[in-house]
Design a binder for this molecule. Structure first.
Ligand SMILES: Nc1ncnc2c1ncn2[C@@H]1O[C@H](COP(=O)(O)OP(=O)(O)OP(=O)(O)O)[C@@H](O)[C@H]1O
Ligand SMILES: [Mg+2]
Length: 271
């Protein structure tokens, strides 16, 4: 299938938790929507459902309901209020392993139909190198790794990239450094790059940083996205980094589209 006819799927992941994946996913979704793209954000973090809390929305269901009570994926979509849609994962991913092959096909068909409505699909994953994360990232067309310059975050990001490249053959990663001024972010990226270049067969593409700023917490507390509450300077900085991600060319060497993503993830056996 022509890649132009299928949505680009980007998985957002991190080695260490709490580095800003969900925050980044939401603002990437909002920025792409602002630029006219049709965007779906899949909340695939099975722990706390951060996406809806940060947006102040209440999903009426999750993928679990599609599996157990025959709802369609379209029934559980929630508008974000920022021009993109949210697909709440809930704990439904756990159910997917026990699907019969007929049920799996229903999910794949549902995903294909849903995918036709979008240009970009973002997957907000859990932190770490759990099986779920590995399946999602390796099934996606592109991968964005978020980290902070904190040494443990750097080490954990390296571990994630190592596992994904060695075990899942993911070779290209966009890297964003959060909670760091530009100079510190460059230093952190170079540190990651020098180890990765020495020991791994990967290509790391630095897309930018976001400085630490009290407006981020303010936005989260107000359950609003940064453009509604943040300073103009910070929003400009955030937009530059998001635009860098969105302007990267698609990866024609990898399969694309929501149903391919899903087929791949299911065939690997989601946990
Ligand atoms: N640039 C920033 N400046 C200040 N605080 C930030 C910044 N980015 C993130 N934070 C803080 O870090 C917290 C964690 O962010 P977020 O929930 O997006 O991380 P996460 O990687 O999705 O976490 P988890 O692994 O738990 O899913 C936020 O609640 C926010 O307070
Ligand atoms: Mg999160």
């Amino acid at each position: 299938m022509n890649q132009n006819e299928t949505p680009r799927v980007i998985a957002i992941s991190s080695g260490k938790g709490g580095v800003g994946k969900t925050f980044t996913s939401l603002h990437l979704a909002a920025r792409a929507a602002e630029k006219g793209q049709r965007v779906l954000l899949l909340d695939a973090d099975l722990g706390l459902a951060n996406v809806d809390v940060m947006l102040g929305i209440s999903p009426a269901g999750s993928i679990q309901d599609v599996v157990t009570s025959g709802k369609s994926l379209a029934d559980i979509l929630v508008p974000s209020g920022y021009g993109f849609d949210v697909l709440p994962g809930g704990s439904g991913f756990h159910e997917l392993t026990s699907l019969s092959s007929d049920q799996q096909q229903v999910m794949i068909d549902e995903m294909r139909d849903l995918g036709r409505n979008y240009d970009l699909v973002l997957i907000d994953t859990a932190a770490g190198i759990g099986d779920n994360v590995l399946y999602f990232v390796s099934a996606a067309e592109s991968s964005l790794v978020v980290l902070t310059p904190d040494p443990t975050s750097l080490t954990d990001a390296y571990a994630l990239i190592k596992v994904l490249s060695n075990m899942r053959d993911v070779r290209r990663f966009m890297v964003m450094i959060n909670q760091a001024e530009a100079v510190d972010a460059q230093i952190a990226f170079r540190r990651l790059l020098s180890v990765a270049d020495r020991y791994l067969d990967v290509h790391l593409d630095y897309v930018g940083n976001l400085p630490p700023h009290p407006d981020v917490r303010r936005a989260i507390q107000a359950q609003k996205l940064l453009p509604k509450v943040g300073s103009e300077q910070l929003v400009d900085h955030l937009n530059r980094t998001m635009d860098a991600i969105l302007s990267r060319p698609r990866d024609s060497s990898r399969s694309s589209g929501l149903q391919f993503f899903w087929e791949h993830a299911l065939s690997e056996g989601l946990e």
